[in-house]
Design a protein around this ligand. Structure first.
Ligand code: GRF
Length: 193
């Protein structure tokens, strides 16, 4: 089996990225992470990727001012230079333009810490608690032009406990994210041409 070459786009700690890198090392996993790209120069995940022997590239959006298209062209060039076949967004905190989304259609997925279509956007855990939900969870979905929209590819549910805070719920959901994302990415890579 040929492993699909995956890039992970991050802006922060990169714990989902780390889960994907680790999963990709198993011989029977359909992918390997070959590149981590961050739009934030000192994102914690960069050192994590480096320590795991994955190529990293920092492409700060700030360096491009308001020119979103130029920033995304630079990302696209990096992806192509590394022979990337599939892109996993993992805490990448920029909305992508239709140009990059369109160019990677069917080959770009995202993880979101809620049971979509509930709670797209930010502060998902606080919103789930405020609503009195009995369950929370995470979703991996295909990336389309709308934020946190796109076909749902997999979900994991976790219970909400009576004394949960947004932080404690986030931690339980994060553990579920680390199980879900490698599983879905593996399945998607198995369906690629
Ligand atoms: C995760 O909760 C993910 O679902 C969301 O951003 C967070 C990133 O966390 N999109 P990490 O950087 O993977 O630790």
């Amino acid at each position: 089996m040929r492993k699909r070459r995956v890039a992970v786009l991050i802006s922060g700690a990169g714990s989902n990225m780390a889960a994907l890198i680790d999963a990709g090392l198993a011989p029977d996993t359909a992918f390997e992470v070959v590149l981590a790209v961050s739009n934030i120069a000192n994102a914690g995940g960069l050192a994590v990727a480096e320590a795991k022997g994955v190529a990293v590239q920092t492409i700060p959006h700030a360096a491009f001012g308001r020119d979103r298209a130029a920033h995304e062209r630079a990302i696209d060039e990096a992806l192509k230079a590394h022979g990337v076949e599939m892109v996993a967004l993992a805490g990448y905190m920029r909305v992508l333009t239709p140009w990059l989304v369109g160019g990677w259609r069917g080959r770009m997925i995202n993880i979101h810490p809620s049971l979509l279509p509930l709670y797209p956007g930010l502060d998902t855990h606080a919103r789930a608690l405020a609503a009195g939900d009995a369950e929370a969870g995470c979703t991996v979905h295909g990336v389309t032009e709308g934020v946190d929209e796109g076909p749902i590819l997999g979900q994991v549910r976790v219970p909400v406990l009576h004394d949960d805070t947004p932080a404690s719920l986030a931690e339980r959901v994060k553990t579920a994210e680390h199980r879900l994302y490698p599983r879905v990415l593996h399945a998607v890579c198995n369906t690629l041409d």
